[in-house]
Ligand binder design. Structure first.
Ligand SMILES: *Cc1c(COP(=O)(O)O)cnc(C)c1O
Length: 396
């Protein structure tokens, strides 16, 4: 099997698993217990917090553990909204192609009287920092823009956006779930006020994440109950997962340059190979993208069929369209970069992993080429394109 869906989740690293086991087998105490056995767990918790903070160039007191990226996004946005509400500021700036953890939270706030400006990300999947400056108003309480997009991998000018927000005195949150462990993050240098991350996207365990919030930002609670996480996130801490996350993030950050160089070579080989397929196009800017992300649209193809046939050939990939969620709508990300519905349905995301080889890439290129040809040959839609009954969208 070739696993090319690392943007969906990653395999846990040996270091992450090894870091977790002692906290399941031996040190299983509750960090809130006062006896020494509980305090060992408490020490581990604070040790992990410090190590994660160090990877972000943050202070440990600025890191709150959550159940993952979705919860961190929810908490960051609800925090800014609560602060804004108190000052009569009910306007939020974001983009049309954020993760649903952000977009659906913004939808909820709209029902509570907030106004949301979704900035255009153009056909490149990239925002210009000036757009943020222009969109900020007197009543803006938050700018929330993802660091790197989970579908098309485009990397936003986060440092420039942070500088603009700081100058204008507006809170800046970034969903860095795809960036953490893969791209350089320095919350101080980049003027980031809040940042979300999730362990299972960098070879850590699922169900654990963190929210960085700059000192002075009082988090709004989403999960109410006990006084864990300084009263900002109730629930007994998942110490094994937290230890796994710390180990995975340290490992990913230490090997970042090496991994990035390796993935970029594989990515370029794959992009070059898929580019040979007629009437296909890469989605999102080629240069400003995650080292492991490849996302293509193929004319006359239906994403789900493509995935199922690739699965038969032992290749795990993903498509932009959200049929799994019971909807036939194409990906909101591909529509946001201006892809027409009919090609947005024929998209394929291949997100590469550090342990892949050039031989894997070549196997993927062969398999995708085969499957696209096969599907086009049996497609009445494709026949119409070939016979000139419908215009092509892409150039050959
Ligand atoms: C995966 C992902 C999330 C959600 O993270 P979970 O830990 O799965 O809740 C949020 N944002 C982006 C960009 C993601 O890729």
């Amino acid at each position: 099997m070739i696993y090319a869906d690392n943007a969906a989740t990653t395999k846990m690293s040996k270091a992450a698993i090894d870091a977790m086991l002692p906290y399941m087998e031996e040190y299983y105490g509750n960090p809130s217990s006062l006896y020494a056995f509980g305090q060992q767990a408490k020490e581990a918790l604070e040790n992990a917090r410090s190590r994660i903070a160090a990877c972000l160039h943050a202070d440990p007191r600025e890191v709150t553990f959550t159940s993952g990226g979705s919860e961190a996004d929810n908490q960051a946005i609800m925090t800014a909204a609560a602060l804004g509400m108190r000052r009569g500021k009910k306007h939020i700036v974001s983009t049309a192609f954020e993760h649903h953890a952000v977009l659906h939270t913004l939808e909820k706030l709209k029902k509570q009287g907030f106004e949301v400006t979704l900035l255009d990300v153009h056909n490149t999947g990239l925002l210009r920092p000036e757009q943020v400056a222009e969109a900020i108003r007197e009543d803006t309480c938050l700018v929330t823009i993802m660091y790197a997009n989970n579908e098309i991998g485009t990397i936003q000018p986060v440092t420039e956006i942070g500088a603009i927000c700081r100058e204008k005195g507006v809170l800046f949150h970034t969903d860095a779930v795809q960036a953490a462990g893969h791209l350089h993050i320095d919350v101080k240098e980049q003027n980031i006020d809040m940042l979300s991350l999730s362990a299972h996207k960098f070879h850590g365990p699922k169900g654990i994440g963190a929210l960085y919030a700059k000192r002075g930002i009082i988090l709004e609670t989403i999960i109410n109950g006990g006084a864990q996480e300084r009263g900002k996130r109730a629930g007994t801490e998942n110490i094994p997962a937290i230890m796994g996350m710390a180990a995975a993030l340290e490992e990913a950050c230490a090997a970042m340059d090496e991994h990035s160089a390796k993935l970029t070579v594989l990515r370029e080989r794959l992009i070059h190979g898929l580019d040979q397929i007629p009437y296909s196009e890469l989605n999102g800017d080629h240069k400003h993208r995650l080292p492991g992300n490849v996302n293509f649209c193929f004319e006359g193809i239906e994403g789900e069929s493509l995935l199922l046939l690739l699965d038969d050939k032992g290749i795990c990939a993903s498509s932009g369209s959200a049929c799994t969620s019971g909807s036939l709508d194409p990906s909101h990300v591909l529509l946001a970069i201006g892809r027409p519905h009919e090609v947005a349905h024929g998209s394929l995301r291949l997100s590469l992993g550090e342990d892949m080889t050039e031989a894997d890439i070549d196997e993927i290129i062969l398999a995708v080429t085969d499957v696209v040809n096969y599907l086009r040959n049996i497609s009445p839609f494709w026949r119409d394109l070939v016979n000139g009954k419908r215009p092509h969208i892409f150039e050959r």
